[in-house]
Design a protein around this ligand. Structure first.
Ligand SMILES: NC(=O)c1ccc[n+]([C@@H]2O[C@H](COP(=O)([O-])OP(=O)(O)OC[C@H]3O[C@@H](n4cnc5c(N)ncnc54)[C@H](OP(=O)(O)O)[C@@H]3O)[C@@H](O)[C@H]2O)c1
Length: 268
């Protein structure tokens, strides 16, 4: 479902906190975003919840995704996970979390602890969909053995400087949507000549070209983050850009590689 409108282009909220965060997220919803991505770790679930409350859009028309277990608890127990999700739900002010991700397994064994709780929460109806994040293909296969619930999405870093071709193909085979985080590479795409030139052709920015390319790929959604209402609207407008096969080929021939989120304990 994340590959369909109006969810394909979601709104990332990392660092959008407090009243300002609420204002920015509410404005994004007013502008047309219907999928909002947050996490316990971002410390802004209450701000996002206030934006959901404030926006003039029915709750059932919004898709709210959050994440549990990452860094703040090196060895999460089942009790910790359940309690953390309950607090997330309270802060967001929602009955049901549309998508709950396991944020980032610090140890591979964390998968065995966290996912059964997510499965239970799914069976109980607290969570509509289960997702994973920063999972390798092997992790996803392990998750599929543990979970009864289908995996809706694997949220990973993905942009023209980290296209993740093998992972995208493997997720497509498994029916798991890739949700591309840092889809404009936190601004790095602005210095890529190929993206600048393709943008000039379409009267678009390199950020818009990057988003148009991601959304053009089968099985991929994207969640750019911006504090600027103008950028938020520009990012939504990227859905209207029609890249031609030559543009796509050129983007796929970029060989510069940037991985922005790469903790030293992670093996990809
Ligand atoms: N699961 C994970 O482990 C994980 C990790 C990282 C991120 N995420 C999620 O993915 C979301 C997005 O990733 P991100 O925040 O790392 O990076 P990003 O969306 O690639 O980049 C955000 C930066 O790009 C700028 N930007 C966005 N749109 C722009 C535009 N149209 N024109 C010019 N500048 C633009 C923003 O600046 P302005 O505010 O000035 O527009 C901001 O500094 C996060 O907010 C979070 O929800 C998840």
């Amino acid at each position: 479902m994340l590959e369909r409108e109006p969810y394909r282009l979601g709104f990332g909220t990392y660092s959008l906190t407090g009243d300002e965060g609420t204002r920015v997220v509410a404005a994004a919803i007013e502008a047309g975003y219907r999928h909002v991505d947050t996490a316990r770790l971002y410390g802004n679930e209450a701000a996002v919840g206030a934006a959901i409350e404030r926006a003039d859009v029915d709750r059932e028309d919004l898709f709210v995704a959050t994440k549990v277990a990452h860094f703040e608890e090196p060895d999460p127990t089942a009790e910790y996970v359940r309690e953390a999700v309950e607090r997330s739900r309270e802060r967001l002010g929602v009955e049901t979390i549309d998508l709950l991700y396991h944020h980032w397994p610090r140890h591979r064994d964390e998968i065995d602890v966290v996912l059964p709780v997510l499965d239970d929460l799914h069976a109980e109806g607290v969570v509509e969909h289960v997702g994973v994040s920063n999972y390798t293909v092997a992790d996803v296969d392990r998750a599929r053995e543990i979970l009864d619930a289908p995996i809706l999405a694997n949220q990973v870093e993905c942009h023209p400087l980290l296209p993740q071709d093998d992972l995208v193909a493997a997720m497509r085979e498994r029916g798991v949507t890739v949700v591309a985080y840092s889809p404009v590479a936190q601004g790095e795409v602005f210095d890529v000549p190929e993206l600048v030139e393709i943008g000039e052709k379409h009267d678009a920015t390199p950020a818009q070209v990057s988003l148009a390319w991601l959304l053009d790929r089968d099985g991929v959604a994207a969640i750019p983050r911006t504090s600027s209402p103008t950028h938020a609207r520009e990012n939504l407008a990227a859905r209207e850009i029609d890249l031609d096969p030559g543009d796509v080929e050129r983007i796929e021939s970029i060989d510069r590689r940037v991985r922005l989120e790469d903790p030293d304990w992670m093996t990809w």
